[in-house]
Design a protein around this ligand. Structure first.
Ligand code: NAD
Length: 248
């Protein structure tokens, strides 16, 4: 039975990705440092393992991979989805805020991938790193978040080039806005309306739409795709001078 490790699996895009894997007959090691929310998610699902650990802690990352192998014996896919958003102006982003975003979004993705690589070599498995449209297009307030996500895209390319000879494929998914707890903490009603205006599809994406793309990249149907960033963003990345005022 194929096995995926999904980080940030207790809710949002990570939980939807867990369900997509389960619906295709995979087992899922669900990683999330919110132990209480993870327990709730676990209670209604089969073929899952709860790993209440912090992906930015090197020792805990080793434990995640060891406990997955002990329980399931193999790792076929790693989804580096756990992340935090902290929007602030450049002058207000002190070093602690900067480091917190980097340590989870970037260091966590690096550490988890490194720890899972020996197991992924055995299965010729896949890594999918969750970046963001904020890693593809700059904006205000995203000096730490956007930079961490651009780095995740660069890290994905490094991983694809180096791990390709072992048959490991590495891709990134860059979500547009999705109404998860993470997004709703930083999106006001005004921001939501402005996004609708700026997005060619005129709406937010759903967790399930993200999950479909993520699981596709781990499937046989994506067997020749590596080193890519797939924007699942309602067309946002495609717009250059696609100003709302120029449309319609
Ligand atoms: P979410 O906050 O709903 O879920 C993220 C989960 O990750 C939470 O359950 C949280 O407890 C967990 N987590 C955070 N830090 C962790 C750590 N150090 N160790 C273990 N678990 C940790 O967020 P979401 O919207 O589902 O986001 C998932 C990913 O998608 C993130 O990487 C985010 O940056 C990215 N993303 C989201 C959006 C959006 O609009 N929602 C847009 C672009 C990118």
């Amino acid at each position: 039975m194929k096995t995926a490790i999904v980080t940030g699996a207790a809710r949002g895009i990570g939980l939807a990705t867990t369900d997509e894997f389960l619906s295709r007959g995979w087992r899922v090691a669900m990683v999330d440092w919110d132990a209480a929310e993870l327990e709730v998610a676990l209670s209604t699902r089969k073929n899952v393992l709860a790993l209440p650990y912090d992906i930015s802690n090197p020792q805990q990352v080793e434990t995640i991979v060891r406990e997955t192998l002990d329980a399931f014996g193999q790792v076929d896919a790693l989804i580096n989805n756990a992340g935090v958003a902290d929007f602030g102006r450049i002058e207000e982003t002190d070093f602690d805020r900067w480091r917190r975003v980097m340590s989870i979004n970037l260091d966590g993705t690096f550490l988890m991938s490194q720890a899972a690589t020996p197991a992924l070599k055995e299965t010729k498995g896949a890594i999918v790193n969750i970046a963001s449209i904020s890693g593809l297009r700059a904006s205000t307030l995203r000096v730490a978040y956007g930079t961490s996500k651009a780095a995740v895209i660069a890290l994905t390319q490094q991983q694809a080039v180096e791990l390709g000879e072992h048959g490991i494929r590495c891709n990134a998914v860059a979500p547009g806005p999705v109404r998860t707890k993470l997004a709703m903490a930083v999106h006001t009603l005004e921001i939501i309306a402005a996004y609708h205006d700026a997005l060619p599809l005129n709406r937010y994406g759903t967790e399930a739409e993200l999950a479909g793309a993520i699981v596709f990249l781990c499937s046989e149907k994506a067997s020749y795709i590596t080193g890519q960033t797939l924007a699942v963003d309602g067309g946002f990345e495609a717009t250059g001078i696609g100003l709302p005022a120029l449309r319609g």
